[in-house]
Design a protein around this ligand. Sequence first.
Ligand code: SF4
Length: 361
Amino acid sequence: MVQDTAKIKDVFRRRLSAWYRRHQRSLPWRKTSDPYRIWISEIMLQQTQVDTVIPYYHRFLKAFPDVYALAAAPLQDVLKAWENLGYYSRAGNIHAASHIIVNQWGGRIPDTPEAIKTLPGIGKYSAGAILSIAYGQVLPAVDGNVRRILCRVFAIRKPMDDPGEQKKLFDLAAALVPAKHPGDFNQALMDLGATICKAKVPDCSNCPIASICRAHLLDLQNILPITRKAPAIPHRQAAAAVIRNSEGLLLFVQRPASGLLASLWKLPGGFIDDMENMETGLQHRVKEELSIAIRVGNKLAIVHHAYTHFRATLQAYDCRLLKGAPEALGCQEWRWASPSDLKKLPLSKIDRMILAAIASC
Ligand code: SF4
């Protein structure tokens, strides 16, 4: 067992780098040195699995091959390219950042931590990942996967999600990043966390750093890392109104420009408070959104969806317009939409799910 911390760090770097050279995953954003493409990949990879991201990455770059094309595109086109990838604020941030990059940075992704972190959607992790991979800067990229590996290798028994511990783990990762090929080192850690040192059932027998991993040597790999107790995930009820006009077109609204699923389109309706009756609550939400009175009829469909911080159940009701003409009060826009319109509009996953459930009624 290698005891000395400096030696452990040295062996950690060398073995991980050698393993990465032989076993790295073949990923499309690793075949480019274009900072724009690396930036797009890193934002898409936030909270999202590699396999999910790959087809989106290709489609997005076909539609917006450089930062100028992205900046010139309407937000609705960017949201449409992002549809079903989730965490839609990322699409809005990328679009807003593209304007800043074009107008303030001459079309070049900024190359200092201070400057890149001023762009919407870029925090400490993304800044480290983009700058180390695209510009070879000696910076760590520390996310939950990297924290998990470090807690195991150094047998750290404090909660890894504790803010003070996060700072220590960041400093530890920073001390490990080598001066040569720092981007490869960060990507090697990403690959190790995704393929070997996984959250559940780490594959220690195939791990290149098993001989220096204190958790493995002490048989703590299934106990570490420790996390603070996660709070219970709240559950929210939502209702949607299915309102058709005489031509059979569906009434659709565009969500506000900020907040949950900003600027995406949906059926009228919204969240229903625990103390509210579902039908009355739906009438209120539609009134607040469109200034119309509706009659709520039969329930047509019900779907469930998990967001980052809560779970939702959405129920759709067959409704009729009783009084008033739609006005965009609590939404950006409204429209009567045909099935082909609905294919073109950017919608969130839960709204696509409820449409599919209604169509199968
Ligand atoms: S030896 Fe096991 S616990 Fe340690 S880093 Fe490798 S996979 Fe993770």
